[in-house]
Design a protein around this ligand. Sequence first.
Ligand SMILES: NC(=O)c1ccc[n+]([C@@H]2O[C@H](COP(=O)([O-])OP(=O)(O)OC[C@H]3O[C@@H](n4cnc5c(N)ncnc54)[C@H](O)[C@@H]3O)[C@@H](O)[C@H]2O)c1
Length: 355
Amino acid sequence: MPKLPITRRPVKGAVFGFGSIGPVHLYSVRGTPDGSIHPVPDVEIVGVAEPVSERASAIPSGVEVFPDYRTLLRQADVDVVHICLPHHLHAPATIAAAEHGKSVICEKPMALNASEARMMRDAIASNGVGFSLISQNRLNGEKAWMKKRVAAGDLGTLTRIDWTVDWFRSAEYYDAGSGWRGRDSEARGGVLSNQAYHTLDLVMWLADSPVTEVVAECSTDRVLHPGIDVPDRVEGELHFRNGILSRFMCTVCGDRRDVIRVELRGSVDGKNTFVVADGNSIVEQNILPESPQFAVEGAFLGKACYGSSHQTNIALSYEAFMGEGAVPVAADTGINVLRVIDAILESNGKPVPVP
Ligand SMILES: NC(=O)c1ccc[n+]([C@@H]2O[C@H](COP(=O)([O-])OP(=O)(O)OC[C@H]3O[C@@H](n4cnc5c(N)ncnc54)[C@H](O)[C@@H]3O)[C@@H](O)[C@H]2O)c1
């Protein structure tokens, strides 16, 4: 039996992990009791795997609870699984799900490194299941607008995309739960693969050209975050094949307001063009008489820094698995972002080619 498109209705889904982001996935599909988030049509979440009992106790009644994702895969009759586990479990859980014939909606980053992500892509392909990587911020109004303006040539030839992710996370943040966010074996890349991942992905999407070389330095603030062995500050530059230079700085030792700034610069007929996004707003630009305004649509699920586009990302993933359209972000994109992260982590101040 071909596994795609998924034909039964409702499509049955399950969530692996009910920590910070697992509930966002569950309620993105079910809708919220107050009606502020509408359910995804023709989809039902029937199971959640979560080993921590106080988290499992928050799973709503009617949803079967499993102590581990492997038990769920053996026992539950589901078509799709949502991987909301720590980074190091994305690859084993995706491969196990594919081998059980389940399609996968996976949280970012796709895996710990590009090599694991390639194994995931192979397992997906050889088992004929679907895969959708969550990258919800691409669906935010201001980022979609920037992509449209770049694609339409309104900035002319793009020459620079500079970006800053200036956030603050405490030592307690790294200690929380099992402490996985501070361990290289479980959260390789630290701030880069956790907080700054989305902005790196957006910049690569906007540049629309392969990264050929990176130069970067990673460091860890031992006063602020004494117990971690992942970087909490990374800065450097990305060189794109089409000539764009991208300078960046990302940190969780900085601004408690969680600043994300992306600056595009280009030129049209010798005239410089620019667009600057700060958070969800376009704060400066010279390509239109007036800057567009973007309301942050829909209700927030989870923390405000997740944005409000998870539900759209998840709904589009299910539509693609049911045979309508393509997933918003496919496995190859996740692999490409990890190739760049791998090179950044290797750089140590020296140029590293991205093959
Ligand atoms: N897209 C976004 O904006 C966004 C936001 C937050 C987190 N994330 C991603 O989601 C993933 C999870 O992050 P989080 O902050 O929710 O982590 P978390 O630690 O809060 O939650 C992970 C959960 O997985 C559970 N778990 C561990 N092993 C398990 C197993 N074998 N079977 C079932 N459950 C198991 C843990 O008990 C925990 O509750 C990360 O990869 C992170 O990058 C993405």
